[in-house]
Design a protein around this ligand. Structure first.
Ligand SMILES: Nc1nc2c([nH]c(=O)n2[C@@H]2O[C@H](COP(=O)(O)OP(=O)(O)OP(=O)(O)O)[C@@H](O)[C@H]2O)c(=O)[nH]1
Length: 140
């Protein structure tokens, strides 16, 4: 196919405390979308499965251990390939089991947020969509 864009795959985690709150990550100010709140995660690297990438990313970003068998696919959101040569697709997984205390290890912030309050946070575009899907599936 001609002009087929190269899709970049990003994985994200909706870590739930089982009481209606989700862990949100504020991106460090110096990064793209700095200061906005996202579901923690990051890019899938070559040779990784999405679940392996997410296990690695949350260890690096939050210092917590999750197991890939505890990750449940939830939904996805994608950029339009018309607006970008390298559009992004973000796969969101839910998880309610982890080990360790989540912390913002890369200079941002973390906070447990009630589902309905995620709406009030300033978020990058795809996280707005992901939050809407998540809350439709798992209302407060
Ligand atoms: N969460 C999120 N990320 C987005 C959106 N749109 C978009 O371009 N991105 C980009 O997708 C990438 C997510 O991967 P990441 O969190 O590992 O990126 P990063 O800036 O920490 O990069 P690095 O790991 O190379 O330091 C970032 O470059 C982020 O800016 C969006 O709507 N939501």
């Amino acid at each position: 196919m001609e002009n087929n864009p190269t899709w970049r795959c990003v994985v994200a985690l909706a870590l739930g405390d089982g009481e209606g709150r989700w862990l949100m990550h504020k991106r460090p100010v110096h990064k793209h979308h700095g200061g906005l709140w996202e579901f923690p995660g990051g890019k899938v690297e070559q040779g990784e499965t999405p679940a392996c990438a997410l296990v690695r990313e949350v260890k690096e970003e939050l210092g917590i251990d999750v197991r890939d068998e505890d990750l449940s696919p939830c939904c996805f959101a994608q950029e339009s390939s018309e607006n970008s040569e390298r559009p992004i697709v973000i796969l969101l997984y839910t998880c309610t089991r982890w080990a360790g205390k989540p912390a913002a290890l890369e200079g941002g912030a973390v906070e447990w947020v009630r589902g309905r309050d995620i709406d009030k946070l300033a978020k990058p575009p795809l996280d707005i969509e992901l939050a809407a899907h998540l809350l439709a599936k798992m209302p407060d």
